[in-house]
Design a protein around this ligand. Structure first.
Ligand code: PYC
Length: 435
């Protein structure tokens, strides 16, 4: 282990290398069905230990992936993942499940591309069906300035080996026949950035898959365990105080979204983040007619159709900082009218549900990852509207940082220190919609 602690040093969390998770397979299903043997629980509940080699705050995809890769890639299993609520109940269960790597900066493209690569094999890595459907991703351009940005993104993507190209309205019509590509709309479609590897995934399955695999390797997941304080002595993290007791640890990793600043404040680390709600909605299911993910920056909307047939919509973040996770009438009115400008044919579809998650926005729309001025207090935060896409690569990189004490090259551009040095990584141009 690197500079952040000593592997297995004392403590209750000295877990043997876990049990193998019950392997999910068709044969297993038949056998258990015939023998009336239920599947074991996917992860276990534990008493809170007194000492861990690392404490991860936030049991969303970032926290769970970090825990999994710590155990799987580095053999560090004396790890606790704490969540104030239930596993995957924050941004990881509230996003619109879109994956892509078609970013604007070389740093961003390389980073999110690694995540797409990890997502491509995640089902077999975790033995859990995460239903990644690489159905292609279209970002529509409705004016010359957007066309220029799409060309720019396509060129950076190609240079980084990521499959993206600019296409014209005829090709857009072929890929998404229900889009109104006529010239008579308020914002006619001039073209699009087409990114074939992009798509959607079953986000809950990703959370559950990582949780189950991390649990099997000996990681402890503690739900309903709120962090109340982080003790720092002589510039080093020493302990975490929670609603269920105090645990000593040399490493705390802040993997929260929405609460990134409140958790970091507990360690005395200030972050340049403001928190905004991001709303989404889902319709009743209908026969599949939309095979790609469609994004319109000018209309501030993105839409995809799930394998069950529901349409999932999202828009820009709410324009004011807030911790509210409730849907609003303004949002649903606006998103519905904008979706209908794109796809008038779905006017009769009924909305079933709407909700909100919290997005921690940074000044340059890139995350904040790595070390902080407090030794042992690490951050994986500031994801804005990009967090779910980055779960696997963030977990892999943060685990490597903990294990080796060295910041992996892939995340070094996202250091907190860039806000002092001025080396910002401007990724706003790759936001799905203008925020
Ligand atoms: O960046 O693709 C995106 C996105 C979709 C929803 C929120 N962010």
């Amino acid at each position: 282990m690197g500079t952040y602690g000593q592997r297995g040093a004392g403590g209750q969390g000295k877990v043997a290398r876990g049990r193998l998770p019950a392997k999910y397979s068709a044969l297993g299903l038949v056998r258990r069905g015939a023998a009336h043997t239920p599947w074991p629980r996917s992860w276990r509940a534990h008493e809170l230990g007194s000492r861990y080699d690392a404490v991860i705050v936030g049991a969303g995809v970032h926290g769970l992936a970090t825990a999994y890769y710590l155990a799987a890639n580095h053999g560090i299993t004396n790890v606790a993942v704490l969540d104030q609520s239930y596993l995957g109940g924050g941004g990881s269960g509230r996003n619109t499940a879109i994956l892509r790597a078609n970013y604007l900066t070389p740093e961003g493209v390389r980073f999110y591309d690694r995540s797409v690569t990890l997502y491509e094999s995640l089902a077999s890595t975790l033995n859990f069906n995460v239903m990644f459907s690489q159905r292609g991703h279209l970002t529509l351009a409705h004016n010359d300035a957007s066309m220029r940005t799409m060309r720019w993104r396509a060129e950076v993507n190609k240079l980084e080996g990521v499959d993206s190209e600019v296409i014209g309205p005829d090709e857009v019509r072929r890929l998404a026949p229900y889009l109104d590509v006529s010239a008579h709309t308020r914002y006619p479609i001039l073209g699009a950035l087409y990114h074939p590897p992009g798509g959607i995934i079953r986000h809950d399955a990703v959370n559950w898959g990582y949780a189950r695999a991390a649990d099997a390797l000996g990681v402890q997941i503690h739900q309903n365990t709120r962090v109340l304080g982080i003790d720092v002595e002589h510039g080093r993290v020493t302990a975490v105080r929670t609603t269920r007791g105090t645990v000593s640890t040399p490493v705390v990793i802040n993997c929260t979204a929405g609460w990134a600043t409140t958790i970091s404040d507990l360690a005395g680390v200030q972050l340049p983040i403001t928190t905004h709600p991001l709303q989404a909605a889902v319709t009743e299911p209908v026969k599949v007619f939309l095979r790609t993910v469609v994004v319109s920056g000018s209309l501030h909307v993105y839409v995809s159709q799930t394998d069950r047939g529901e349409l999932v919509f999202g828009a820009s973040v709410d324009p004011y900082p807030s911790y509210s996770m409730r849907g609003s009438l303004e949002f649903i009115e606006e998103v519905a009218s904008h979706v209908l400008e794109l796809m008038p044919a779905i006017a009769k579809l009924r909305v079933l549900r709407q909700w909100a998650g919290l997005c921690d926005m940074t000044p340059d729309y890139s995350p904040i990852m790595g070390v902080t001025p407090v030794d042992g207090f690490l951050v994986d935060v500031g994801w804005g509207t990009y967090g779910f896409k980055a779960g696997p690569v963030s977990g892999e990189a943060m685990a490597e940082l903990v294990a080796t004490g060295k910041t992996p090259e892939l995340i070094s551009p996202f250091a907190l220190s860039r806000f002092d040095s001025g080396d910002l990584v401007g990724e706003k141009g790759a936001a799905a919609v203008g925020h």
